[in-house]
Design a protein around this ligand. Structure first.
Ligand code: HEM
Length: 463
């Protein structure tokens, strides 16, 4: 039995004159289109654990209380599943994606995908990140505006294709790049993102409809990924340290290799989860650094203390203020507003409430990061807060936590720091939209509106 009458949106919904069904739909569309204002209103009205129902989603608790988050992250992970709640991205990543798996298959697949994102492998990625940053930024022309998000996406996509996939420059590499960007652009406005949330809109009626275009691009991308898999098989090139090689040489308990469809889905997962997220975080970081001159000043002072062009990437990754700027960027406007849902596999007593099997626990990263009791003046971008105290893994959660914690968290942080350090030590940039910005939806993530326009004032570094 749910004892959440006080905080229950159910009662509110029932009271609305437009009727329950219509209100749910309205509420859902409002949350999709204007999440910040609506989430803040809901929290103000109902507190940091409240019950809500959205159209085409099961009933859920929206949570921004660190004690409740701790209870979830430290509970036996077998009590929850998440894959079933991530169906909204199935059209992008496929049914075999790690993001959609639960139970033993999820554990096994995670083990397989983890090594390329940790330890010594990371050091090797340092040079690749530097080279790609230099190559992409060399196309910037002094005085000519560019969109930070697109430029950063160019960097992060190439980084993932080369370092994680082991793909070499060439025609296929270029095609994969172009098609993936076009495919993700299908959902690049808040309104078009609605396509992902309502299955009934996903109709391939005509090739030029948004869904029709998406399906055609996906077919093209699949063809390229299957070609790459086929070629590696034929050339017996499955002994590399990249993810594709690892997946191709893996065998299950029955000695069976992964099927082509399974390989394709994991490749899509890494491409999808691994590059747009980092690019958005980088665009936000560039925005804040150039919006607040004192932040830029302080960061440049720190960067000037070492020879960025020749320093060990690990030394750059350890710079405290650079780290604080990246953390504060991910705190104030997290790229993902929610972690994956934790769906109860049995009835459960949680924070004093009796919850039924099937209930969704939705941890709201955005609302948690906006708590004034943890982050005083939460709307202020102030990296110093990360130098003054340490936040617990239940208070600062840009990458979620526990058994579903972002697989690429260390990789993304490393990439953000190296890209920012290299850009700032080589270019003096000017922010062209020097106005307050609020995130807007791009698919299932949140990005700066307009992508942050910048221009190069002058080139300051050598090389
Ligand atoms: C700034 C960049 C990124 C952010 C903010 C981010 C955020 C997240 C979040 C919030 C989750 C859900 C965690 C949970 O429910 O507890 C997640 C999961 C995941 N992320 Fe990231 N991510 C980023 C970059 C990356 C990168 C670079 C990769 C890989 C190359 C990646 C791969 C994944 C995967 C595979 C999962 C699913 C894990 C699972 O289901 O077990 N992410 N990420």
């Amino acid at each position: 039995m749910i004892k959440l009458q006080e905080n229950s949106a159910e009662t509110t919904v029932a009271k609305l004159p437009s009727g329950r069904q219509k209100s749910q739909l309205l509420q859902t569309i409002k949350i999709i289109l204007q999440p910040i204002q609506n989430l803040e209103n809901l929290r103000q009205r109902y507190g940091d654990i409240f019950y809500s129902e959205f159209a085409s989603f099961p009933p859920q608790l929206i949570i921004s209380d660190p004690k409740a988050i701790q209870e979830i992250f430290t509970a036996d992970s077998q009590l929850f599943e998440s894959g079933a709640g991530n169906q909204v991205i199935q059209p992008l990543v496929g049914a075999n994606s790690l993001i959609l798996l639960d139970g033993d298959r999820h554990v096994q697949q995670r083990k397989l995908l983890m090594p390329p994102f940790h330890g010594e492998r990371m050091r090797a990625y340092g040079q690749i990140i530097r080279d790609i940053t230099a190559q992409v930024t060399s196309q910037w022309v002094i005085g000519k505006p560019f969109v930070a998000r697109s430029s950063m996406q160019d960097i992060s996509l190439q980084v993932i294709l080369r370092s994680v996939f082991g793909l070499e420059e060439g025609e296929r590499y270029q095609q994969i790049k172009q098609i993936l960007v076009a495919m993700l652009n299908t959902f690049n406005t808040p309104l078009s993102a609605i396509l992902l949330f309502f299955k009934s809109l996903q109709k391939d009626l005509v090739p030029w409809s948004p869904w029709g275009k998406f399906v055609r691009r996906r077919e093209l991308l699949d063809k390229l990924l299957y070609q790459e898999i086929q070629e590696r098989r034929e050339q017996n090139k499955t002994d590399g340290e990249d993810i594709l090689s690892l997946l191709m040489s893996a065998r299950d308990e029955a000695g069976q290799p992964m099927s082509d469809a399974e390989l394709r889905d994991e490749l899509m997962t890494m491409l999808f989860a691994g590059h747009e997220t980092t690019a958005i975080a980088l665009a936000w970081a560039l925005y804040w650094i150039h919006y607040l001159p004192e932040v830029r000043e302080k960061l440049l002072q720190e960067l000037n203390s070492i020879d960025i062009a020749n320093a060990d990437p690990m030394a750059i990754a350890q710079l405290p203020y650079l780290n604080a700027v990246c953390y504060e960027t991910l705190r104030i406007y997290p790229v993902a507003f929610f972690t994956f849902p934790r769906i109860l596999r049995t009835d459960m007593r949680f924070m004093g409430y009796d919850l039924p099997k099937g209930m969704y626990l939705s941890i709201c990263i955005y609302l948690t990061h906006q708590r004034p009791d943890i982050y005083p003046e939460p709307k202020r971008f102030r990296p110093e807060r990360f130098l003054e105290r340490q936040f617990s893994p239940y208070e600062f959660i840009p990458f979620g936590g526990a058994n579903r914690r972002c697989l690429g968290a260390a990789f993304a942080m490393f990439e953000m720091k190296l890209v920012l350090a290299n850009i700032l030590s080589h270019y003096s940039l000017e922010l062209l939209d020097k106005v307050p910005l609020q995130p807007v939806r791009r698919g299932i993530v949140f990005a700066p509106p307009g992508g942050v326009r910048l221009a190069v004032r002058e080139k300051v570094g050598k090389g």
